[in-house]
Design a protein around this ligand. Structure first.
Ligand code: PHE
Length: 344
């Protein structure tokens, strides 16, 4: 009996098995309990030997059961500790919350501003809601000019009975030329980045977009200075040593002569390369500031002259960073912003 039970107890794998063994051996109807009941039918001599032996056996089995139970509990605890082990020396995971990104338009505006700052251009500003005088008249755009037509220009409404000409959402950054001239006089060297508005909407036009105006006025400024400044800018902005610009004769009411400027590029394999190939892409309008415009700004055209240019920021951002659809700039789609955005 002793060998049988001590063996079974030692081999028990869990508490249930152990409990079953206890019932089987020392429970009320257990094997050892039944043996103890037989003591009554024994002779006193036999009982004196068998009694203490059975008691000792019962004690021994109870002790073995208790010891085994404690050992099983220990093993269970060890197992749990192993399973729940935590390496506190591991580096932390990247924060679950992602930070925002710099919008490509903001990024490009900063790049442009920095490049022109290196060439001595300060930043000038003007309002987005502009009087028609600053947006048109002062820039030598007469009342019958097509760009004044309702379809391009957003007009602000005047109150009933107010006959003054309505303000407009500026259609270009050129009115900042006039404001800058009035503010500082000549000589002057500024750029004016900002929002402009035209009633137009397709893959390459949005009703709000961005331009950067450039204006340099001094005693002897020529088209040659304009050419150098624009080439220098393109080299720095597109990060290519060989840029080639093409000046095409054009017409703007506020410059004379006027030129639209194209940059040499190729479209090999669907990707745009600036500075090589036999394609041309228009990037800006420019020219020598018209005498009427200098006068509007309070500057004497007999003493001073200058160049001006206006460039689409969204457009050069698309070119530099390979963004296909202008409208995506203003959709606020987070996936797009994370893809094309810049880390802060
Ligand atoms: N204002 C012109 C436009 O919006 C660009 C321009 C600016 C042209 C300055 C010449 C000089 O198209």
């Amino acid at each position: 009996l002793r060998g049988k039970y001590l063996g079974l107890i030692a081999g028990a794998g869990d508490e249930e098995t152990l409990e079953a063994l206890r019932v089987q051996a020392v429970g009320k109807k257990g094997e050892i309990s039944l043996k103890m009941r037989e003591l009554g039918r024994m002779s006193p001599e036999e009982r004196q030997v068998a009694g203490p032996a059975l008691n000792a056996l019962k004690d021994e089995i109870n002790a073995a059961l208790a010891a085994k139970k404690a050992a099983l509990a220990d093993a269970a605890l060890d197992e749990r500790l192993r399973a729940e082990w935590l390496d506190v020396t591991l580096p932390g995971r990247a924060a679950a919350r992602r930070g925002g990104t710099i919008h490509p338009i903001s990024q490009v505006t900063e790049e442009v501003t920095a490049i022109f700052a290196d060439m001595g251009f300060a930043v000038a500003e003007g309002p987005q809601i502009e009087s028609d005088w600053y947006n048109f008249d002062a820039l030598n755009i007469p009342g019958h000019h097509p760009s004044r037509q309702e379809m391009d220009t957003f007009y602000m409404h005047r109150a009933e009975g107010d006959d003054r000409p309505p303000h407009v959402l500026r259609t270009h950054t050129s009115p900042v030329q006039i404001r800058a001239m009035q503010k500082t006089g000549a000589p002057i060297r500024v750029i004016a980045p900002g929002r402009v508005y035209r009633a137009d909407y397709d893959q390459t036009h949005t009703p709000m977009f961005h331009q950067v105006e450039g204006l340099a006025i001094d005693k002897d400024i020529s088209m040659a200075n304009l050419k150098w400044v624009l080439e220098e800018f393109c080299r720095a902005f597109f990060e290519v040593d060989d840029v080639e610009l093409r000046f095409r004769a054009s017409h703007f009411p506020f410059t004379e002569p006027s030129a639209e400027v194209d940059i040499r590029c190729s479209w090999e394999g669907g990707s745009l390369k600036i500075g090589e190939g036999d394609g041309w892409l228009e990037i800006l309008g420019s020219g020598m500031v018209h005498p009427h415009v200098l006068r509007s700004g309070g500057i004497d055209p007999d003493q001073w002259q200058g160049f001006a240019f206006g460039m689409g920021i969204d457009r050069i951002a698309m070119l530099k960073y390979g963004i296909p659809d202008l409208r995506a700039f203003f959709d606020s789609d987070l996936r797009w912003l994370r893809h094309y955005g810049f880390s802060a």
